[in-house]
Design a binder for this molecule. Structure first.
Ligand code: UT7
Length: 353
């Protein structure tokens, strides 16, 4: 594929479609409390989560990504793209990347396709990559997907993490347009601090420590997070990143109509919104119904907000995320006119992917 940006100095990436997909099986807090040493009150008070969705044994990340991607393409009104970018921490396999398979299953033969790994900030990084492909003239249309199946890497007996994470996928379609039109992605802020790489980790399974059962412990083969420290870093880094991107655009929190942060924990979202000076009712809270869906959480929250008309054309939207790495990032956009979208947990109208 080759696309030239010659003569288009104001070329911008513009949001033109979105979709989300949550697995059919919904697990509420009481179901977890029946097999773990926990209870509904603890989970709701500490995280705000009431339920999450869990992939069936036969469902992998690509299955969820295809379902969300298909919905986003349908919402955008056309099936063509030049590139597919998949943000995920739970690829189908260590090798190859998941994006080429997703592209092939969506019928997008021959397009550029690659994965982005930035844990829970993955979607913002993937969005920046997708926008970069467009503004540099490499692509005219890009499908950006965030998809994760954390139920495969979280130990089901680990009460701290099993209650927090859920599975899901969300996707946005970007097209070429011009800066200033509704839907145009504005400033980005991206950052990382690898000195804290062990704060959120799956220790075994990479080149540092291969995941042979005889040489690794069960804990090393599963997701681990130092929850309290992560909570502090998440709150301060998301606030800082959001402020940076607002400053870059000459805006303040008063200019933000909808705040759609990574859905880590309701307490973190409330803390960040308060620190930014944003009223709680401007903040998306999809976490209550889906838990922390990692790279999928921002596009899922956007799709849910759009389906429920919490986002209106012309709204200025602030996206902010934080995740393992450590990584963080933010982006601003103005909400465009889009066709109605199905709620991510609705499946009646289609068969399983
Ligand atoms: O997405 C990337 C970024 N991720 C995040 O930002 C997540 C950030 N962290 C968090 O959301 C919270 O730290 C958690 C929800 C993971 C944990 O909540 P917390 O309020 O920080 O709890 P804690 O780890 O300080 O544990 C408090 C107590 C402990 O008991 P003791 O030592 O005080 O007796 C835990 O053992 O709560 C206990 N505990 C639980 N009790 C009931 C931990 N998990 C559970 C549970 N049910 N599920």
């Amino acid at each position: 594929m080759a696309v030239s940006s010659a003569g288009r100095p104001d070329r911008a990436a513009v949001l033109c479609g979105l979709g989300g997909w949550l697995p059919r099986h919904r697990v509420d807090n009481d179901e977890l409390a029946a097999r773990l040493d926990t209870d509904d009150a603890w989970i709701r008070t500490r995280t705000g989560i009431r339920s999450r969705h869990v992939a069936a044994p036969h469902e992998a990340t690509s299955d969820l990504a295809v379902a969300a991607g298909r919905r986003a393409l349908a919402n955008s009104g056309t099936h063509s793209t030049d590139a597919v970018v998949v943000a995920t921490t739970t690829p189908d396999r260590t090798c190859p990347a998941t994006a080429p398979l997703v592209a092939a299953r969506l019928g997008l033969a021959g397009v550029a396709a690659f994965d982005v790994g930035a844990v829970c900030t993955g979607f913002i990084y993937a969005l920046a990559a997708g926008a970069g492909l467009i503004t540099s003239g490499v692509a005219d249309r890009v499908l950006v997907i965030g998809a994760d199946v954390y139920s495969r890497i979280v130990d089901a007996d680990d009460r701290q993490n099993a209650v927090v994470f859920g599975d899901g996928a969300g996707a946005l379609v970007l097209r070429t347009g011009h800066a200033g039109e509704p839907g145009a992605l504005g400033s980005f802020d991206l950052g990382s601090d690898g000195t804290h790489e062990d704060m959120i980790t799956v220790a075994a399974g990479g080149s540092r420590l291969p995941a042979e059962a005889s040489r690794t412990s069960r804990a090393e083969r599963h997701f681990a997070m130092r929850g309290k420290e992560v909570f502090r870093h998440a709150s301060s880094r998301m606030t800082q990143s959001a402020r940076t991107v607002l400053d870059c655009s000459g805006l303040t929190a008063d200019d933000v109509d909808r705040f759609v942060p990574h859905q880590a924990n309701l307490r973190i979202l409330r803390t960040v919104a308060t620190d930014l000076g944003l009223p709680a009712d401007r903040c998306a809270t999809h976490v209550e119904r889906a838990g922390n869906t990692c790279a999928a959480s921002i596009p899922l929250a956007l799709t849910d907000d759009h389906a429920n008309q919490a986002l209106r054309p012309g709204d200025r939207v602030l996206l902010t995320a934080f995740g393992g790495g450590l990584t963080w990032g933010s982006c601003l956009l103005t909400w465009p006119e889009l066709p109605p979208a199905a709620e991510p947990a609705r499946h009646e109208e289609e068969s399983a992917p």
